[in-house]
Design a protein around this ligand. Structure first.
Ligand code: SF4
Ligand code: SF4
Ligand code: SF4
Length: 382
């Protein structure tokens, strides 16, 4: 059921100017604005300290000069931002979105959940070798390192960088499988060239308007993508096997979440937790003092805050079919709880039952959101 990194890498080879991939991509985006093919583009830009990036909606081409779509840090999923922009209605003008694979996949799920609209949007996927945590990225910058350069060079040397977020070390989707356009550099000499692929009719039209012919194929790139996907899939399977042992049984599972302070940051950071009124934030979980004492009296001890495990099991139940494994829940956790491996593993198992891959297709209906009479017949027989 796994999506391959890319079905077939076909596109047009673009020259990197002055050995600067970041600026060359910015020039391409500015070209799309200048030619009126896009009215605005959503891109990350460094904050003034350079220690992180923020998403920005840019309408003036010259404001793209500082953008860094390659910065390996993901403070927020832009799927959430697109949902905020389009939840009340479709964008009236063509809007380009530069997004990593996990962000596009989350956006596809949000569209199916009626939390975003793709009308008039142009998704511009970008190859993703991984991201550092917000804190590690800031630390690297304060040590005068260039995280973008370190990551690209590290991968070229066959080293991924020991700081990659756990989600990225086991991500099988480095290349966006769904995008009107894809900017790709995996398998290429990224200081000299990158490719631009069209993944839809809209993408083809944009390339035609730029007088670019996207008929070239890149077997070397396909090989590199397939190798990276396989390496990360192997790491993922090893992680799943360790995790299964770590969380087996009620005691072990409870101990993983023991330090949870019930702040719900994981829920806020998750691009797919979209309910405005969450049951777990409701008054259902507010008790009279006497109730707490009564609960404590049952075993003589009560772990506080209460109901944290219930919160995680409830969230897992909601998330399992759509979880895209971005790991933003884990990044947001002040207690450093290793959420990704559990949510990704449970998601993988549930998605496998339904042969569903979140973010693979807009047409594929979300399991459990649709009633199918002949589904799950074998459950309980094995
Ligand atoms: S989860 Fe995958 S797509 Fe998302 S940032 Fe990490 S490597 Fe990139
Ligand atoms: S549960 Fe965690 S890993 Fe899954 S989509 Fe939400 S934030 Fe990403
Ligand atoms: S972010 Fe961490 S501490 Fe906060 S509710 Fe989630 S798991 Fe618990």
């Amino acid at each position: 059921m796994d999506v391959k990194g890319a079905a077939m890498a076909r596109g047009v080879l673009m020259r990197v100017k002055n050995r600067n991939l970041r600026q060359s991509i910015n020039s391409l985006l500015a070209d799309l604005l200048n030619k009126g093919l896009l009215e605005a583009v959503l891109v990350p830009q460094p904050v003034s300290s350079k220690e992180s990036v923020v998403q920005t909606l840019v309408t003036e081409p010259e404001k793209l000069e500082g953008a860094n779509v390659l910065a390996p840090v993901l403070p927020v999923s832009s799927a959430q931002i697109v949902s905020h922009i389009t939840r009340l209605g479709a964008s009236p003008k063509p809007l380009g979105l530069v997004m990593r694979s996990c962000e596009i996949r989350a956006l596809i799920e949000l569209v199916k959940l009626k939390q975003a609209s793709l009308d008039n949007l142009v998704t511009i996927g970008i190859d993703c070798l991984g991201t550092y945590s917000v804190r590690d990225y800031a630390d690297m910058v304060s040590r005068k390192e260039d995280p973008t350069h370190s990551l690209l060079e590290g991968v070229k040397e066959g080293e991924e960088g020991s700081y990659l977020r756990p989600a990225c070390r086991v991500c099988e989707h480095s290349v966006p499988a769904f995008g009107d356009l894809t900017v790709g550099f995996i398998g290429l000499e990224w200081e000299e060239k990158f490719i631009l692929e069209a993944g839809s009719q809209r993408g083809e039209e944009i390339l035609a308007a730029l007088h670019l012919d996207s008929s070239q194929s890149f077997p070397q790139r396909e090989k590199a993508i397939s190798q990276l996907t396989q390496e990360r899939t192997n790491k993922r399977d090893e992680l799943f096997s360790r995790t299964r042992k770590e969380i087996s049984g009620w005691e072990n599972l409870s101990s993983v979440f023991a330090t949870c302070i019930n702040c719900h940051n994981c829920m806020t950071a998750c691009p797919l937790c979209y309910c405005k009124e969450c049951f777990f934030s409701s008054s259902t979980f507010e008790f009279e003092p006497s109730k707490y004492l009564q609960l404590a009296d049952r075993k003589g001890i009560l772990k506080m805050p209460t109901d944290t495990l219930l919160f995680h099991l409830g969230r897992m139940n909601h998330m399992a079919v759509c979880c895209v494994g971005c790991g933003l829940c884990e990044q947001a956790c002040p207690s450093n709880i290793a959420l990704l491996k559990i949510f990704k593993m449970v998601g993988h198992q549930v998605q496998g039952v339904f042969k569903y891959v979140p973010g693979r297709s807009l047409e594929e209906e979300i399991p459990l959101a649709v009633f199918k009479e002949d589904e799950l017949e074998k459950v309980g027989e094995e």
